[in-house]
Design a protein around this ligand. Sequence first.
Ligand code: ATP
Length: 442
Amino acid sequence: MPSWQHITYSDEIAAEHAGSIVTVGGWVQEIRNLGGISFIQLRDRAGVVQVTVLKKKNPELFKEINSLQRESVITVKGVVKESKEAKKGYEIIPEEFRVLNAAASPLPLGVVDKVGADLDTRLNNRFLDLRKAEIRAIFQVRATTLAGIRRHLTDEGFVEVTTPKIVAAGAEGGSTLFPIKYFDKSAYLAQSPQLYKQNLMASGMDRIFEIAPAYRAEASDTVRHIAEFTSLDVEVAFIESSEDVMAVAEGIVHSSLNHVAEAARRELDILGVDLSSPETPYPRITYDEAIDLLRSNDMEIDHGEDLGTEGEKLLGDIMLKKRGSELYFITKFPTSLKRGTFYAKRDDEDPELTGYFDLDYRGQEIVSGGQREHRYDVLVEQMRENDLNLESFAFYLKAFKYGMPPHGGFGFGIERYVQKMLNLSNIREAVLYPRDRVRLIP
Ligand code: ATP
């Protein structure tokens, strides 16, 4: 058995294990020296255990331990002993004590300090920030969310794919592309797998998804935009309308919220979050209805304008108050607002409208998608309207000529989802090492 498998986590030990020998490993959170006896609070990923060292039993060790700095890494092999004083009802009396790595002092970021550090200091020292249980819990919830999504989509017959992140052309408009050097050519970091997932719809893989980074050179500094985010992308063929696509998004959110509420109960407790999965179907309002609602709530906004952060937030409050829902679809976005989205299918009766939708969660867009235009001639026309160079999209267009079924899909921002699920004020809190206009390290 590898040595790491000999480590017992603190939550695996209980007072009834009294008398047995365990090995625990972790960081020294605190040392209290009372002269003849020292109490070490050893923190591992599951919690904290008390290690009690008696001077008279081992004076050398006692000296060494009391000179240790906080956050040093130790392993302790010892006997579990019941203790009324120790928080957990037991303590460990060491037989073997190893200092694996001594920490320097002072720490660039406190681990147990009550005073909250600002986000920049935390992110600059992320490895220390993550030693706090409530910060690690965010990423455990994130992992549980992804596991729930993968399970749900796999059960629904979707196949997970991986498409290139180094691409020759963008799909979401030029202003947010990151150019890169690619041997003797110029290329970009992928803004979304849009062209590839549509390409796959012509391949017979008619239900696919991808969970991968997407890159956007977002110039503005907001609490919901980052330059590298994790995008869940879904594409499904043989659909009749955007409603079929919305049903997939709804199913993912519903089942993953249920999964997280159940499987990440411990982490949600640590974070003080009471999570529930609202009943489906989620309410649907059209873009025009959303604008009317905002206007009747004193917001200055005209039909045809983007809802913007403020509009989405206010709409979130209204939908919660009036419809009792934290999750709702905004449908029928005007073509003018999705002009960059050359692949969106327009309404058959009114080309000024698309069947495109957003799914908003607690006043923030988390998903955007709809039915795509699958007819070659119409697509070419829409690309021309958007002044696109058709040659750069040759591989994409080719697939529409030789048997492309009607299809649709969406992009779903994982960090925005986790941000809203856990009521985090900034999306960066849901990213281990965020990238934005100013942040490239760590
Ligand atoms: P927004 O209007 O909020 O900037 P968008 O319309 O550019 O978003 P899409 O291109 O439709 O977004 O992307 C689909 C989803 O991807 C969004 O709903 C969001 O969850 C996520 N997303 C897009 N851009 C970012 C970003 N810069 N940072 C984090 N998530 C993003």
